[in-house]
Design a binder for this molecule. Structure first.
Ligand code: IMP
Length: 428
């Protein structure tokens, strides 16, 4: 059984709760893109665990894989492992496997991330400054340091020097400098520790696939931050869509694969970029306060707006989503009127998709359909029939717009706060 979990919006859709639930049943939990720009908070009983890089299944002692599609900050990794060990989480080379060909984030990448933002003036991307973009650039530029390079210290030094020299002119232009030795010596210190996790993960995962093990691919960020299909250039530097599971791990295409699209009942984004349904008013503030919309990694206040069925439909197609999980329904409880964006207008022209041209994106006016709010609490509801009639109508209206079933509705942070309409996760 294979499951992929992706966010259908700009990240922070509430993937953590569903990933955690499914990972408790999984044999393998796999990260296939991004890096420590992701932030997952997992609550198990009274304990709270913060994860950025490690697959969520590590909390439940599942076999966890970091695929080659990830960019790995080795110091962030060792810190995360040590913090989790302090919380009595068991991490060893029997439950953590890291692709030998994963590319590393070095200190220079964080510095370049900073310079890149500085050089954009008013057109900031608003990155997490974790060095993600520059590390992917070096991967594509064929000068990245990969995990397997730590086996050969002599060549490692030469490779790091080449990489640092390559970036020297730009650093000089921005009056910055960084010593390659810091990276080299730092890596030598931790190389033994991280090499213990190094493995041919493409092989492990395909062997598991042949035995029909339960493999959960854990997406980070959201589809609208995808480097190809997102709101470029205001995106992250990886493919966040489900297609990336194949090239980001080496897993071959197989049948029996469900793709769950996690979708918030309204829309949020952190960082810059177009956001057609953004609300700069009391309602937007209400979403921030009630939904506690502050970034887990950067603590920034998230921008909030109405549900955009155009974007979610687009994500459903691009990811091959089989079921939608609707989260944070209870944040809408007090609303008198609820709006759903069903299309965009640019002068006389109507769009039922988001065109890629940034100039057009910035001009688009949302076309809304309004529904009456239910103005009563849905918090913690576990049964569809216990939802207020108007909440049911809102969800059915969303389904008619996005053309796919909303199989799971999350009505609060706890596992129990879930309506599992088709017993897909076995919540009932
Ligand atoms: P980067 O991934 O640090 O390069 O940041 C690029 C864009 O993606 C910025 O707008 C970030 O705010 C956004 N971003 C990166 N990771 C996440 C995430 O996990 N959730 C939400 N937004 C993210």
């Amino acid at each position: 059984m294979f499951y992929t979990i992706v966010g259908t919006q700009w990240g922070d859709e509430g993937k953590g709760k569903i990933v955690d639930w499914l990972s408790s049943k999984a044999d393998f939990v796999v990260r296939f893109q991004g890096g420590n720009n992701a932030g997952h908070t997992i609550k198990v009983d009274k304990n709270i665990y913060k994860l950025n890089l490690l697959p969520s299944g590590i909390i439940r002692n599942k076999k966890c894989i970091i695929g080659n599609g990830v960019v790995l900050d080795p110091w962030a990794l060792t810190n995360e492992i040590s913090n989790l060990r302090n919380q009595k989480i068991n991490i060893n080379n029997n439950n953590l496997f890291i692709a030998e060909n994963v590319c590393l984030i070095l200190p220079i990448h964080k510095l370049i991330d900073e310079i890149n933002e500085e050089s954009r003036g008013n057109n900031l991307i608003g990155t997490t400054k974790k060095g993600i973009g520059p590390a992917y650039e070096d991967k594509v530029g064929r000068r990245a340091i990969r995990l397997c390079d730590l086996n050969d210290h002599l060549n490692l030094e030469l490779k790091i020097k080449y990489l640092y020299d390559f970036h020297f002119p730009r650093l000089e232009k921005y009056n910055r400098s960084i010593d390659y030795n810091e990276a080299y010596e730092g890596l030598i210190k931790i190389s033994n520790e991280i090499l213990t996790y190094s493995a041919p993960v493409w092989k492990i995962i395909n062997d598991a696939g042949k035995k029909n093990k339960f493999i959960l691919f854990e997406g980070a960020q959201g589809s609208l931050l995808d480097i190809d299909f997102g709101t470029y250039p205001y995106v992250t530097s990886s493919n966040t869509s489900s297609g990336q599971i194949f090239s980001g791990t080496g897993f071959g295409i197989k049948e029996n694969h469900s793709v769950l699209g996690i979708t918030k009942a309204y829309t949020t984004r952190v960082g810059s970029g177009p956001f057609v349904t953004e609300l700069d008013d009391e309602i937007g503030n209400h979403f921030v306060e009630k939904g506690q919309e502050f970034g887990t990694v950067t603590k920034r206040k998230r921008r909030c707006g109405w549900f955009d069925s155009v974007l979610v439909s687009q994500s459903i197609s691009i990811n091959g989503i089989t079921d939608v999980v609707l989260t944070k329904l209870d944040v809408l409880d007090e609303m008198k009127e609820i709006k759903i964006c069903t299309g965009y207008r640019d002068g006389e022209k109507i769009f039922n998709y988001l065109p890629f041209d940034q100039n057009i994106q910035e001009k688009l006016i949302p076309i809304y359909e309004s529904l009456p709010g239910w103005q009563s609490s849905t918090f913690g509801t576990t049964n569809w029939n216990d939802l207020p009639k108007k909440a049911q109508e809102y969800i059915e209206c969303l389904e008619s717009k996005i053309g796919i079933k909303i199989s799971i509705i999350s009505t609060g942070p706890d596992r129990a706060h879930t309506i599992d309409r088709n017993n897909l996760l076995g919540y009932n």
